[in-house]
Design a protein around this ligand. Sequence first.
Ligand SMILES: *Cc1c(COP(=O)(O)O)cnc(C)c1O
Length: 226
Amino acid sequence: MAVAVATTIGVEHVRDKIARACSDAGRDPASVTLIAVSKTFAAEQIEPVIAVGQHVFGENRVQEAKAKWPALTAKHAGIELHLIGPLQSNKAKEAVALFDAIHSVDRPRLCEVLAKEMIRQKRSPLLFVEINTGAEPQKAGVLPQEADEFLKQCRDRYGLIVSGLMCIPPLEDAPGPHFALTAKIARRNGLKLLSMGMSADYTTAIMLGATHVRVGSAIFGERAEA
Ligand SMILES: *Cc1c(COP(=O)(O)O)cnc(C)c1O
């Protein structure tokens, strides 16, 4: 029970902070979607968060989401599931079936498989292109200077409708400039959605235009593993 109480307070606290950040930024709170990142947490820890009205959740692994979520979505109407982690092409089929949004579109081969599966399954998850704003070699995402060309390719070559951009700033950097750069790339490409901001920096992200914040530990507590 202690866990249930703690998570309830967590999500309500985050909602309050989002409302305050929106007010400070002169934004409508309805323009920011809170994605509760439930990776590594079990159904029993997710249930109390659903019980207080949270219905948008994020997972970073297809296999984990597949094991955990079908039972929860069967039980609770209106759940929206977002894939926020890297996606391998050979998992794209399962991802299209399972998720309502994919935040990690970042290479032509993945676009090709996603386009094919979206037609075959008659499903159209919301698509975000991930930008590797820190040009970190170990990280997924398109380099900022290649973003315009990649977005054009998504549209013209693969027929994909991309709705927005996503970024994960390098741990050691101040996040603001990375959020601002992502917002700038979105603006010049006519994209309305921005997936940016995690537990440590979602209020900064809201100041810089985030429409989707991905918050895990501030809601669920610290994770045992990443
Ligand atoms: C885990 C994760 C988050 C949430 O991180 P917290 O610091 O726990 O809020 C957000 N985005 C991505 C891509 C993640 O993998």
